[in-house]
Each structure stands twice: as structure tokens, then as C-alpha cells.
Design a protein around this ligand. Structure first.
Ligand SMILES: NC(=O)c1ccc[n+]([C@@H]2O[C@H](COP(=O)([O-])OP(=O)(O)OC[C@H]3O[C@@H](n4cnc5c(N)ncnc54)[C@H](O)[C@@H]3O)[C@@H](O)[C@H]2O)c1
Length: 470
């Protein structure tokens, strides 16, 4: 994000609750508030259907087509769409039929992660605006192309990191920016749970169900025999999440929600140094991603978060010999065989500042003031503050997208923001899989340090006939 964009966020995030950055006008003129938008859903599983229903509920939107390669999900989504007011959407199993339709303005992408990039780029080329689920891709090189496509074809692209549209997340970030908890040098984020010992189970490979087009589900990913856990659809969140070809485990599935807020609060595009430790130590299932992981990120903060903090300090925060430039250590932890947690919360973020600690999750935030006496006898104390989240940031997120489709401004989770948040998580997985310490050039988005294996993990070759040409 540019410095100008960051300033825009600061100006608008608190007041309007919606941070709109100046965007380039896309093809045609802004769409009137009363003009009906026509949307289509590609990937009608759990989250895609939820996204679609919020489009139907909260905007002047019709859903004209739904695509899935798994007939039961397609039929279920059609029924739900019609119950919510859609007028007999077209049912298709090849998403290209949706992109061919000239009357469709918006494509919602709710497929597994490995399909996001190809569909999003093709949708941009077809002149559609896109709501794409997080994480935006499985390899970093795809994300760069997604940003390029959105800009080249002047499309509005919102990423499904809906916490940015949560009022309490916005207020928490504003509070951090205002300096209320002081300088931040440590942030912890986590997902803890206990699935020991079976985890997601270990079904054998088998033939695919007759009502699933497995080859189309695999798409650009390598050809593999069908395995129910790779496909993953069932009465829980789909388990494709735990296979490297289609996703990145909890690090990308949940980590992206958490590290998205960290990037935002630290006003950074991501870390400079990335390391990760862990393994699949305990769960007896066929997942490929680790059951235990700790990723550590060193953020180089080019300027202190808030100038006011420096000025308020004795000596004005002048440089001290042997002191590192401003920075922050951020950790992401995932445990799956022990659920004991801080604040009794299975997931969350805590920002540790010199004056206080801010805990935030989807239920709201809480500030815990520092009361410790410093070496000069001063007491660090900040006002306790807390806020409870209103129930549904997701609806706000969809509304923000629809508003931007009409005004041609960039949405609150514009594709570049989503790309940067996804990149943090993908880099952690690269560090974990290569067992290397990575040094990352945020400007060029290239590895400064990292060996051959790490470099190879930044991209992959799509299986024909799929390609990612912007
Ligand atoms: N924003 C959030 O909070 C949130 C929450 C959950 C999931 N998600 C994201 O949503 C996405 C979907 O996750 P899910 O749990 O709903 O998965 P899911 O398995 O329930 O749904 C995915 C659907 O996509 C379909 N699909 C696969 N390939 C397709 C293709 N080529 N064309 C059309 N349909 C295709 C599958 O058959 C399936 O029905 C993931 O990227 C996930 O990370 C986001």
C-alpha cells in the first residue's frame, strides 16, 4: 500500500467505518444507486453461498447464475438463492459459461483457494468485478498477477477478509494508530484447538462420486486420485484446507484473517524476515499441513507508528547508540492437540505496547493497561478501553464492495491489500516447508535470502489447459 493510501485509511476508517482509497475509474461511468447489479457465484460451497446470500440481502442485486462442479452443492445453493429472492438463476458446471454472459457485472469466487487466481484473472478479462474469498491464492506469484489483472482491466476486487469491515476492528486499529497503547514491539496471533488423535481421519483414495467433476475440481492443480479429504465437502468446513495443492493449512486459512489486521495496525505491507518451526507430530490423519506450527515474522517499521509517541517521550525519542531501527516481532501459532489458550479464546490477536496490551477478536477488543513502574519511576498507564463487535461485519464488507462497484473506488480489502496479507502467510509456509530463514524484499516482492527450494515454492506450473496469463 502506498503512503497516500495509508493516510486515506487513517482519515476515513473511524469516521465512516469504511476506508475507501482513491481508485481509478474503470470502464464506463459510475453505476447509479438504484441500478440493479447482476451477480453470479462460482464455487457454491459453504462460504460462497454465504457470500451470495449477503449480496442478495443487502444490495440491489440479482443472482443470475450459479456454478459448481459438485451437483449437490449446486442444487442446494440454487434453492437458497431462490428462497432469498433470486429469479431462477442459471445452473452451470463450467465457470466459463458465466464469464461469457454480458449481463453479469459481478462474480463471487467461493471455490477452494487453488482456483481463485485463474478464475479471478479470467473474470477481470471478461469485464467483471470480483468478490474473491481469502486466501487469494496458493502461491505468491499468482497474487502478483491478480493485482496486475485488477489494475490492467480496471476492475473492482474485494477480498473476503471481512474483519476489515468490523467496527471494533476498525476502532482497535485507530486506537493503536493513535498511540494509546504506546510503541508496539511484539504481536501474538493464534489458533488453538484439540483434534487429537484422529484429526480429519484417513480415508483411502477411491473413485469420485458420480455427481462431482473431479478433474474440473482439481483444475490447475496436479492430477491426483480422488480422496474424500482432498475434496473435503461434508458436515464440517471442507478439508481441502489441509493439502498443499489446494490451500496452506491453518496458516493461510485463518492466519490470513489475523495477519491482515496485523499488517493494517502496523501500517506495513508485511515482514522482512520470516522463519517457521513445526511438524505433523500427533494427528493420525492424512493431512499434509502441520498440526503444530509457530511462524515468526520480523517487521521493519520504517517510521514509528505514531509521531506523537516520540514527541511525548523524554529526550524526544532520539536515536540511541546500538539500538535497532524501529521493528516488531509478530508470531502466529497453531496447535491442534491442546486447546488451552489466553483469554479463554481459541484464536485472537494481542498487540503488546509500551503502555498497554490490546486483545482483539471477532467479539470485540479489550485494552489491558500497563501498570509497571519504569526505570525513571514513571507509571505507564493508559485508559482501559473495550468494545463489542456488532454481529455481522460480513454484511458491511459486501455492502462496501457493492458501493465500490457503483462508485468505481477501491474497496476496503482491495486485491493489493489481500495479496499482501496472503503473502505473509504464504511466506510462512515457504519457510516451514523449506526449513529456511527467509529475508523478503517487500518493494520488489523477491527473496533476498532463501535457497532453491524456497524460491521454487513461490510459484508453480498450472496443469494444462489452465494458465495464468494476465
Ligand atoms: N471469509 C471467510 O471468513 C471464509 C470462511 C470460510 C471459507 N472461506 C474461503 O472460501 C473458500 C471456500 O471454502 P469453503 O469452506 O466454503 O469450501 P467448500 O468446499 O464448502 O466450497 C467450495 C466449492 O467450490 C466448488 N468448486 C471447486 N472447483 C470448482 C470449479 N472449478 N468451478 C465451480 N465450483 C468449484 C466445490 O465443489 C465446492 O462446492 C476458500 O477459499 C476458503 O478459504 C472464507
Amino acid at each position: 500500500m502506498t503512503e497516500a493510501n495509508r493516510r486515506d485509511f487513517l482519515k476515513t476508517a473511524g469516521a465512516a467505518g469504511l476506508a475507501l482509497t482513491a481508485g481509478s475509474r474503470a470502464l464506463g461511468s459510475p453505476i447509479g444507486a438504484n441500478d440493479r447489479l447482476v451477480a453470479a457465484l462460482i464455487g457454491a460451497g459453504r462460504q460462497g453461498t454465504y457470500d451470495m446470500l449477503d449480496h442478495l440481502r443487502h444490495g440491489n442485486v440479482d443472482v443470475a447464475a450459479i456454478c459448481d462442479v459438485y451437483q449437490p452443492n449446486l442444487q442446494k445453493a440454487l434453492k437458497e438463492a431462490m428462497n432469498a429472492g433470486a429469479r431462477a438463476p442459471q445452473a452451470v458446471s463450467d465457470f466459463r459459461r458465466i464469464l461469457d454472459r454480458k449481463d453479469i457485472d459481478i462474480v463471487i469466487i467461493g471455490t477452494p483457494d487453488h482456483w481463485h487466481a485463474a478464475i479471478m484473472v479470467m473474470a477481470c478479462q471478461a469485464g467483471k468485478d470480483v468478490y474473491v474469498e481469502k486466501p487469494i491464492c496458493v502461491r505468491l506469484a499468482e497474487g502478483k498477477k491478480m493485482v496486475e489483472a485488477a489494475r490492467r482491466y480496471n476492475r473492482v476486487v474485494q477480498v473476503g477478509t471481512q474483519q476489515r469491515s468490523g467496527r471494533s476492528f476498525q476502532r482497535a486499529v485507530e486506537l493503536i494508530w493513535s498511540g494509546q497503547i504506546g510503541k508496539i514491539e511484539f504481536v501474538r496471533t493464534w489458533n488453538y484447538g484439540n483434534e487429537y488423535p484422529e484429526g480429519i481421519g484417513d480415508p483411502p483414495d477411491s473413485s469420485a462420486p458420480a455427481d462431482l467433476d473431479w478433474d474440473m475440481w482439481l483444475g490447475p492443480a496436479p492430477k491426483r486420485p480422488f480422496n474424500w479429504n482432498r475434496f473435503g465437502v461434508g458436515d464440517r468446513w471442507s478439508t481441502f484446507r489441509y493439502f498443499w495443492d489446494y490451500a496452506g493449512g491453518m496458516m493461510t486459512d485463518w492466519g490470513v484473517h489475523l495477519l491482515d489486521i496485523v499488517n493494517w495496525a502496523l501500517r506495513a505491507d508485511g515482514p522482512r524476515v520470516i522463519t517457521a518451526s513445526g511438524g505433523k507430530y500427533l494427528l493420525r490423519d492424512n493431512r499434509e499441513t502441520p498440526d503444530t506450527l509457530q511462524a515468526t515474522f520480523e517487521y521493519a517499521l520504517s517510521s514509528p507508528p505514531v509521531e506523537a509517541i516520540r514527541e511525548a517521550e523524554p529526550g524526544g525519542g532520539a536515536a540511541v547508540p546500538n539500538q535497532d531501527p524501529p521493528g516488531c516481532v509478530v508470531v502466529y501459532e497453531n496447535r491442534t492437540a491442546n486447546a488451552n489458550s489466553m483469554y479463554g479464546k481459541g484464536y485472537g490477536m494481542e498487540f503488546h505496547g509500551t503502555s498497554g496490551t490490546l486483545f482483539v477478536d471477532r467479539s470485540g477488543f479489550q485494552v489491558y493497561p500497563e501498570t509497571k513502574r519504569g526505570p525513571r519511576g514513571e507509571v505507564n498507564l493508559t485508559a482501559a478501553a473495550e468494545m463489542h463487535e456488532e454481529p455481522d461485519p460480513h454484511a458491511n464488507h459486501v455492502m462496501n464492495f457493492l458501493e465500490c462497484v457503483r462508485t468505481r473506488q477501491r474497496p476496503i480489502s482491495d486485491i493489493e491489500i489481500g495479496h499482501r496479507s496472503t503473502s505473509v502467510c504464504l511466506l510462512a509456509n515457504v519457510a516451514y516447508r523449506s526449513r529456511e530463514r527467509l529475508v523478503w524484499d517487500l518493494e520488489k516482492q523477491e527473496l533476498i535470502e532463501g535457497g532453491q527450494q524456497a524460491r521454487e515454492l513461490l510459484s508453480y506450473s498450472y496443469r494444462a489447459p489452465w494458465a495464468l496469463n494476465v
